[in-house]
Each structure stands twice: as structure tokens, then as C-alpha cells.
Design a protein around this ligand. Sequence first.
Ligand code: ATP
Length: 421
Amino acid sequence: MEKRIKKLSLNFRKLLKEASAQSASLGYELYLVGGVVRDLLLKKSVFDLDLVVEGDAIELVRHLKRDYNKHHTFGTATVYFDEHKIDFATARLESYSHPGALPRVKPAPLADDLKRRDFTINAMAISLNKGSYGQLIDLYSGLSDLKKGVVRFLHNNSFTDDPTRILRAIRFEQRFKFRIEKNTLNHMEAAISNGAILSVNPHRLRDELILLLKEPKPYRYIKRVNKLVGFSFLSPKSRKALIVDYELIRRVQTALSFYKKKFRKHRKIDDWVVYLAAIILSKSAGKIEEFIHCFGLRKSERLRILSIKKNISKIKLLNRQLKPASLYRIMEPLSFESLIFFYAYYPQKMIRKNIIYFMDKLATVTLKIRGKDLIKLGIAPSRLYSEVMGKTLNAKIDKSLKSKRDEISEARKIIRRLKTK
Ligand code: ATP
């Protein structure tokens, strides 16, 4: 395994050596654990690290000499360097008072820390201790499962203890093109039939669902969740099952790939918001609001998802040749996530052409004139001020104004018109 650690960047290796030496001087034991070990074994590049300390993680990080950017919360300390993040956690044992509850936690040896993990492929560790540095610790045959391409839980109560593992199992199965081992799948299906998913705090489900939707090309993942679990957990109070339109999800995936290829320099977007909107689209706006509230989505996420639902009919207006200023007026208030969604939703050539024209040519248009230019024209900052700016921008788009002089002369005309109204 030392060979694998050597594949890490020089900075990572330096940090691990330093942490290892400090850990020894404090009488602790230190290990690399979880998904990082899995990814090193799969020869995938590793960006962030998870370390487990048999000892006090916060104390260990406090002793790291170099001037790292450090933070800590309950039993976990994080060190940031370059764009990497390294988590140091105190090895711990978890127990569940009832299915789906948050676990009770207490410090424990590494073996107990590995025992609380989700799947054998995520329950391996690499020693960072003198004498065994680089050695693989594999108590649950994770390496053999990794070679076989199997997602296997550690014990029969795994999914009832923490039903978010149902979504995690699907994520790893689909990401690595593995299969969920038979007994694991049987227990997973039993937990699903017993409604385990509804016993989890919706915020934890949300986090796992977002991770799943953030995977590259999540169409397959969504299909699998829908087959095994169904998405009705997003709207638990509703009596009607949530029907997912696979064709729409597939078109969303194609539209997102197209956007990234064609508009490389344009805005960064949250793909998962577009997928989530497509999944939940068949629900009423009221039910979607309920879901957003219950799952604790942020305000900006809420606005983008609701705007997709609410503007879907309005977008039919785009099925004809429109002046640039009209296009601008319809599309400017919409997020790019909404526009990509509508591009996927409406196959009509004209609608798609208009959306692309807006994203490519109009969304980036800005005025050359500033507030001080309007002040020179006798307009002090007021409501009129933003009206003049808005109308000048529309005129710039409509008449393809190029120079600042053109904009000033247009603003002058607009002011005159507004004053004589
Ligand atoms: P990814 O590559 O998507 O980041 P990961 O395996 O690193 O996957 P994380 O969510 O970062 O996943 O979790 C790190 C590790 O913590 C996992 O590999 C696993 O050992 C453990 N873990 C995370 N979530 C759970 C859970 N719900 N139940 C048990 N163990 C978990």
C-alpha cells in the first residue's frame, strides 16, 4: 500500500508524514480511512483525505507545526491547504437508539470505527504509524469485494440503522458499475418495504440525494432509485405516487452536456437543481413548496425550482420569432438552470433556438453607461433612474447599439419620453 500513498501529491505526503510523527509523539495511532482508501485501491485520483485518530483528533491537529488553515468542531478537525481538505476525526463507536435516529457516539479503537461504516469497500484503513506505515487494514474483506465489484453491507441492521445508506448503496453501485450483493439487496428491499426511508431526518436524505444527483450523468442513478425506492419520499404526505418521467430526465442530461460543451465560459450552474426539478415536476406547486420546506432547501434553490414549475407554460410564448428585447424581457428573470430545463422540456426548434440565442448573445449584454452618466443627463438616483437603465438596456438589445455615445443618446430620448408622460 505504501506504493499507493506515494501516488499522492508531495504536499499530501508531507502532511501525512508530519501528522504521523506528531501522532506518535502524543502516543496516538493514525489511519487513512474510508472512501479515500477505496479510491487509492481503485487507482482513482484523490482530492480530500479522511484520517482517523486513536486519540484526540483536535489535539493532534493543534500540534501540527506548519501554519495550516485549521478548523474544528465536535471531535473533528479540518486542515485546508491549496484546495484540499483533510479531516481528522477521533475514532468512534456509534449506536442507534431507534431506526433512523442520529447515532450516539463515543471514542473507540479503530476496529469499532470501521464497524460503524456503510459498506465493506468503504471500511478499509491504511496505517500511518511507524513500523506499519502504508499497511492495509481490511477487517471486512473490502479489498476482495472491490475486486469482485460488489457493494456489501457490514451487518443485517445496516439499512434500518441508517436508511440513507440505501441511496449511498445505489450511488456506489452506479458510480463504479458494481452490483449490490444479494443478501445486502434483500435487506435493503426489506427496509424499503418497511418504510425505513421515511424514518430519516429529511435533511440527511436531502444531502444524500444531492450527492447522487451531482454524480456525472445521473440518469442511470435516478432510474435505479425510482425502481428500488421510488421518489414518493419527497412528498410523503401525498397519496398519489410520484411518477418520474424518464424521457425528461434523459433530455435534461443531454441538455446539460450540450450546455457545458457549447457554453464553456458561461455561468456555473447547479446541475442537481435541474434534475431535482425534473423529478418532482408532476407535483403541484403547493406540494413542491411543502417538499422544499420539509427538506430544508436554501432560498436560492427554492426560487430556482419553483420558477421552473411556475414558468413552464409561459415558455410556450417562445415558440415564434421574437425581437431580441422581447426575448430578453421573458428570459432575463429566469435562472440558467430554468432555461436549460425548458430547453430539455420543449423539443420545438423555435423555443430551443430562442433559448440558445438568449444564453449565447443576450444574457451577457451590459450597458457601457453608468450612474454618473445619468446624473450628467439630470437624473438623480431614484425609481426613474433604474427605469431609464432598464429601458436603455432593452433599446441596446433591440437596436444593437454599440458605442457609449449611442447609449447616451438613447437614454436622453427615454428620459424625455418619461418626463412628458
Ligand atoms: P465520495 O467518493 O462520494 O466522497 P465517500 O465514501 O468518501 O464517497 P463520504 O460521504 O465522504 O463518502 O464519507 C466518507 C466515509 O465515511 C465513507 O467512505 C464511509 O466509510 C463513511 N460513511 C459516510 N456516510 C456513512 C453512513 N451513512 N453510514 C456509515 N458510514 C458512512
